[in-house]
Design a protein. Structure first.
Length: 242
């Protein structure tokens, strides 16, 4: 086995993101087989035991994750085109806090980033987090977290189109993972995906003769949108897991 950068090993194991790993290594908060490592770029065998010092674990518990019901008209990622960013909705007066939970702290905006895309014409559940472990769990290359959508469509579904939506389509020359797609009613489809390619559902529907006219994400893993109002947000609660 060839040695691998310790920061990469830490990210692969879900200990933290690679950026966080580098920060912890610089501070001497990482042990490899019991030995403190403090030099950036250090490598170890893939079988090495990697642990975090208490300071790093404490810092991780201070990181927050936010659940937002994104409205249409906001982008999840910086676009450079002057669009409104979804993070601009994370303010004290937009917090959904029905009688419990921590109050908004502006410090929680630092390093807050979306874990997954939701384009400007789509609405629903958007996760924003300071925690690289959660981001990797949701959008890492090996993520298997389900994402559930309600999709309103127009057009005429091609012969065999529903079967193709479930499995058999490709985007950009790469085969898509199997999905679960069924009719919710006469003009709405129910999608469950385990990946999140750019504008994936819209492009899938185009391939089978349908045009998406409304798209709402209602679940990621075990976290559901529920009764969270449009444009409002809440903190991920203690005990909640994706």
């Amino acid at each position: 086995m060839e040695p691998v950068r310790i920061s990469k090993l830490m990210a692969q194991r879900g200990l933290c993101s690679r950026r966080e790993a580098d920060a912890y290594i610089e501070r001497g908060w990482v042990r490899v087989d019991g030995r403190v490592v403090s030099e950036l770029g250090s490598k170890a065998l893939p079988s090495a035991r990697i642990t975090l010092e208490r300071q790093a674990a404490r810092r991780q518990t201070d990181k927050v994750t936010i659940i937002l019901n994104k409205p249409v008209g906001y982008v999840s990622h910086q676009s450079g085109k002057g669009y409104r960013l979804a993070t601009s909705l994370i303010q004290a007066h937009t917090q959904h806090r029905p009688g419990h939970g921590p109050a908004f702290d502006p410090a929680h905006l630092r390093g807050l980033a979306p874990a997954g895309r939701l384009d400007i014409d789509s609405q629903g559940l958007l996760v924003l987090t300071q925690d690289g472990r959660i981001a990797r769990q949701l959008i890492g290359d090996d993520s298997s977290i389900e994402k559930e959508y309600l999709v309103r469509v127009e057009g005429r579904l091609s012969a065999g189109g529903l079967a193709l939506l479930n499995h058999g389509l490709s985007l950009d020359g790469q085969a898509l993972r199997p999905a679960r797609v069924a009719w919710q009613n006469q003009d709405q489809l129910h999608f469950i995906l385990r990946e999140g390619r750019k504008r994936q559902i819209r492009r899938m529907c185009e391939q089978v003769g349908l045009k998406v006219v409304g798209l709402k994400r209602v679940r990621m893993g075990r976290i559901v949108l529920g009764d969270l109002p449009v444009g409002k947000w809440r903190y991920l609660r203690d005990g909640e897991r994706f």
